[in-house]
Every structure is written in structure tokens, then in C-alpha cells.
Ligand binder design. Sequence first.
Ligand SMILES: NC(=O)c1ccc[n+]([C@@H]2O[C@H](COP(=O)([O-])OP(=O)(O)OC[C@H]3O[C@@H](n4cnc5c(N)ncnc54)[C@H](O)[C@@H]3O)[C@@H](O)[C@H]2O)c1
Length: 249
Amino acid sequence: MTSLLTGKVALVTGAAQGIGRATAERLADAGAHVLLADIDGGAAQATADGINATHPDAASGLAVDVRSEADTRAAVRTAIAQWGSLDVVVNNAGVTRDATLRRMTVEAWQAVFDVNLLGTMLMTQAAAEVLREQGSGSIVNVSSISGKVGLVGQTNYSAAKAGVVGFTKAAAKELAHRGVRVNAVQPGLVNTPMTSVLREDVLQQKLAEIPLGRAAEPHEVANVVLFLASDLASYMTGAVLEVTGGRFM
Ligand SMILES: NC(=O)c1ccc[n+]([C@@H]2O[C@H](COP(=O)([O-])OP(=O)(O)OC[C@H]3O[C@@H](n4cnc5c(N)ncnc54)[C@H](O)[C@@H]3O)[C@@H](O)[C@H]2O)c1
């Protein structure tokens, strides 16, 4: 694993905690330099400091709001200024604002679309400017199994995460002839701060749906992101990989 991304430069959004943090750690384990972009720049830098403790100078943190065109472009410029190129982008930043359709507000709908879908488009657009000229690159978008099956209380999130799949496939077609691959992962239930707020009965109901019988740890999603990011997946583009322990297969 150590040599999969040697000499490569990666940018991971929402990297301060959870799946993004585990992904940044895995990419650094694989030899990459990693820019951890998060709306909480201090937390991103603290996570980067943790990575640097075992991989000196491999990581740095940056305050980035993926909803901002200026921020996403600045993030791409920062990665290149720091390490000379950009090879891997992981669009992981995401939020939920759960409510049943009866109670769904325009604010909750928009908030989820802005981070999960607009943010993914803006960062991909900014990175693609560089990757298509370079003639190589791998973009991995973090969707959700909610975007495949639709989950009660998540009309906004399910729609946005399904949107990430459509976006991934369209961008994959636009960028393939320039040597740039675009793929997605659809995690199921993962032990992160996002899911730590679930009510116990809701958690038990979800666990009962999972053939492997447990939630994923963040690094188990990160391993699949690493695979798609690396040349091991050199003939994959527009693919959507489920990382669900068999839930909703
Ligand atoms: N945890 C799960 O069970 C699960 C399942 C399927 C998909 N996902 C998806 O995986 C991704 C990561 O989820 P997680 O569970 O690690 O979440 P998390 O809430 O633990 O972490 C999300 C990170 O994104 C950052 N962020 C939020 N808004 C941002 C913005 N506008 N710009 C930049 N950064 C921003 C947060 O500060 C945080 O560090 C999300 O896209 C989520 O939808 C999670």
C-alpha cells in the first residue's frame, strides 16, 4: 500500500473528521501529499498535524467552504503551490438536514444540496482545469447508499446523493479523453460524528439491515477511495462502488 500514491498530490474535502479524515490518513499512508480542506480550518490543520507526526510534511490543512467558487479555486492553487501538482481529488464534504417530506423546508433542502452537490461540482470544476491540461488525475466523489435506495426522512439527502452519481457519470464522460477518471463510492452506515447522533432504536434498525452485521469504520470506506484514486483502478471511470456491508445490495 505504501507505494500506491508515491509522489502524488491529493486534496480531500471535509477532511477534518470522519470518512474524510480516514481518507486523508490512508492517502498519506500510500505516499501522497494531502491537502485537508475543511470549513473548519483549525480542525483540518489539527488532523494534518496528526498525519505529519507519522508522515513528516505529508499533510496540511486549509479552511475551505466547498460552496464557494473562490475557496475551491484557492484550494487547488494551494495544493499546487505547496507540492507542485494535483493528482487526486476526493469530494467528501457532506451534511445532512433530516426531516420528513411533511416537514422539509427550503432551507434544509438547499443546505444539503449546496454542500453535497454544488460543492462537489465546484471543486471538480476547479480541479479539472488543471487535471485536463496535465492529462491525468483521479476524482472520487462520496455519494451514499441513500442516493441509491432513498431513505425515509432524507428526501433532500437522497436526492443530492443520487445527484452526485449523475454528476460523476457526466463528468467521467467529459474528462475521460483527457486521461482523468471520475468515480464514486456509496457508503452505508459508517461510525463517524455524522451518525453518532442517531437514536438507539434507529441505529438498531439500520444494523438489522446489514448482512455483515455491523457499521463500517471510516478506514474501510477510505480503503475503497484509495483503490479508486490509485492506478489499481486505471480502467475504471464512471463507476459507483457500494461500501455497505451488503446492505441494500
Ligand atoms: N457516516 C455515514 O454513515 C455516511 C454514509 C454514507 C455517506 N456518507 C458521506 O460521507 C461523507 C463524510 O461523512 P462523515 O460521516 O465523515 O461526516 P462528518 O460530519 O463526520 O464530517 C464531515 C466533514 O465535512 C466538513 N464540512 C461540512 N460542510 C462543509 C463545507 N461547506 N465545506 C467544507 N467542509 C465541510 C465538516 O466540517 C466535517 O469535517 C459525507 O459526504 C457523507 O454524506 C456518510
